[in-house]
Design a protein around this ligand. Structure first.
Ligand SMILES: [Ca+2]
Ligand SMILES: [Ca+2]
Ligand SMILES: [Ca+2]
Length: 389
């Protein structure tokens, strides 16, 4: 099967060779041909189709296999790199968020939230087994889930101590750090040495301008090599709690409050930095950028988690000192897309996703497309599309 995918990609490479060459030139390289050992070429865009679902939440690329995965909130779509759907997983009543592809086990990992049941999971998709449309998430065995207790603890925290947890609302002092659940996920190196591969999961954070304890992004890291023992089938009627008692690392980065935290998280091996795309915050004391870069070369340090009712220290990450800068808050960032899907090709290029709608017989369908860009680092938008639109 993988060989077939490679053959298809070889055919594709003809149509995208112009893009590959222009990328090599733009990146300062002199290569005229793709060396034999180079990863398979990729097209300038991959169309994720039109679906009756929620909006696009994230994308993941299986480059060797030749597949792209699109998360549409309650639907996972798998396409080949020509955008032809080859399978889908349906039947989620929770919120499926951002995705990433784990090269070590060939599976797709995504965030999955059940706020009313106070349950938060990583959903793990066995992509090789997603071979037809409308596969049921519960009965086909293509999805397993691992429960994240740490998220539940922070989400359900009764911060004002009135004995009442206010539930899924932004208009409350409850939820530690303003935690609304999880969204951004990405594989990358451990943020603390030794930098072994880890899954990083970013909190959602409610927008709330009247509290001061919600101005950080919160990232959890997990070593998923030992997760088999926790994995359970998805059961929405009886949510399970099988998962690690605590993360292998918990990290904070000061960006100012945002609207639902990190939508898309991605590690870029080319720069060694992390990328976070967010929906802008609303606090007047912050620049409210929509895109942040974590400096991967900076060691984490213990520092004050600002704005907490009682002083608290945590492992702090550093924003890369590039892009737009707000002196007042000492926050760096960009104004950029990436909230609906962001995949690094680890060579200076990224797939940045577009989300939209299409009408069909009076029904609004959701669309998604991954479009190849080059990282320029320019401001305000650090991405440049790699083909004329
Ligand atoms: Ca309360
Ligand atoms: Ca999202
Ligand atoms: Ca991601």
């Amino acid at each position: 099967m993988r060989r077939n995918a490679r053959a298809r990609l070889a055919a594709l490479s003809l149509s995208v060779s112009a893009v590959v060459v222009s990328a090599a030139v733009a990146g300062g390289g002199t290569a005229r041909a793709v060396p034999a050992a180079a990863p398979p070429p990729v097209p300038a865009a991959v169309d994720g189709g039109k679906w009756r679902s929620g909006h696009l939440q994230g994308t993941a690329l299986d480059r060797d296999g030749g597949f792209m995965y699109f998360s549409f909130t309650d639907l996972l779509v798998k396409t080949d790199l020509r955008g032809r759907p080859v399978g889908s997983v349906t039947g989620f009543t929770g919120h499926l968020g951002d995705l990433d592809f784990n090269k070590d086990d060939g599976r797709v990992y995504g965030s999955l939230e059940y706020k009313s049941a106070k349950a938060f999971y990583i959903a793990i998709f066995d992509g090789d087994r997603i071979t037809r449309m409308n596969m049921d998430a519960h009965s086909t065995g293509v999805v397993s889930t691992v429960h994240l207790k740490e998220v539940v603890k922070d989400y359900t925290a009764d911060m004002n101590g009135d004995g009442v947890f206010d539930g899924n609302t932004a208009n409350t002092p409850d939820h530690r750090y303003g935690c609304s659940g999880i969204d951004g996920v990405a594989f990358g190196p451990g943020l603390d040495p030794p930098r072994r591969p880890r899954l990083t999961v970013a909190y959602g954070v409610y927008s709330n301008t009247s509290r001061t304890d919600n101005d950080h992004q919160v990232l959890l890291q997990y070593d998923v090599r030992f997760w088999k023992r926790y994995e359970r089938p998805l059961s929405e009627s009886e949510p399970h709690t099988s998962g690690p008692a605590r993360p292998d690392g918990k990290f904070f980065v000061y960006t100012g409050n945002t609207t639902y935290g990190v939508q898309n998280l991605e590690y870029d091996a080319h720069s060694g930095d992390w990328r976070m795309a967010v929906y802008k915050g609303k606090k007047k004391t912050f620049p409210n950028y929509s895109f942040f870069v974590i400096d991967g070369s900076e060691r984490t340090r213990w520092g004050l988690v600002r704005g907490q009712a009682s002083p608290e220290v945590g492992r702090m990450l550093t924003l890369a000192p590039r892009g737009l800068y707000d002196e007042e808050s000492d926050v760096y960032g960009y104004q950029s897309a990436g909230q609906y899907g962001l995949v690094s090709l680890d060579d200076g290029r990224f797939y940045v996703a577009e989300a939209g709608t299409a009408e069909s017989d009076g029904v609004t369908l959701r669309t998604g497309r991954a479009v190849l860009h080059r990282w320029t680092g320019l401001t305000p938008n650090p991405f440049e599309a790699l083909r004329r639109r």
